[in-house]
Design a protein around this ligand. Sequence first.
Ligand code: PGA
Length: 245
Amino acid sequence: MKKLLVANWKMNKTQKEVADFFLEFKKSFSEKRDAWIAPQTLHLEMALSLTKSHVKIGAQNCSEFLNGAYTGEISPASLKDLGGHFVILGHSERRQYFSETSKGLNAKVRSAISQNLKVIYCVGETLTEREAGQTLSLIEDQLHQGLNDMSIANTENLIIAYEPVWAIGTGKTATPAQAQEVHAHIRQVLHHKFPAFGKMLRILYGGSVKTDNVEELLGQKDIDGGLVGGASLKAKDFLALCGDK
Ligand code: PGA
């Protein structure tokens, strides 16, 4: 399977910046690696109209409810109807600033999967948890709770992103060995949880992925791609991450 690079643009970019990005990106993107992009919800339709099918577009969050009286929420059914391909769920910023928990995220994950959206489910430890030696058990809990009571129909439906909280937006990256250790553990947990597909699910690394560390990270056995914030905002940088210099 090709390596997958997912751009998480968070709450950034104007419409013009979105248009300029795709203009530049499309000129050089060669599909050596898979590229998916998650713009702000307000820019989803525009992004979908500016890309061809080779770049997949998705959201950064969605509701557990499909529709109804839930003011301000993002319906996974409408995201699918719009042509959205995937949704990122459980990003550490959602956990930190919007009180999301793995248990609560389970409903969102299942709802999105029920709509045939691909889910990128994020897990990761804080620095305090790492220093207390809790990384692997904490991540195991996040996986068990967030992915409780669900099945997946094929290997494409679910992707896990390991993002150590202390590495997000800080310029500090986990060493390739630190990341690989956690990825190998995640793969084992997935294998037990989903015997038919678990070993083949993609596991992305996120947290200060940049052009100068991407190759070493992607060179690790269990790292199947990256979830990228800051370095995905400029087309030139994201192209380089996708292997197109
Ligand atoms: P970063 O963000 O690449 O800016 O560290 C990663 C993420 O939050 O997904």
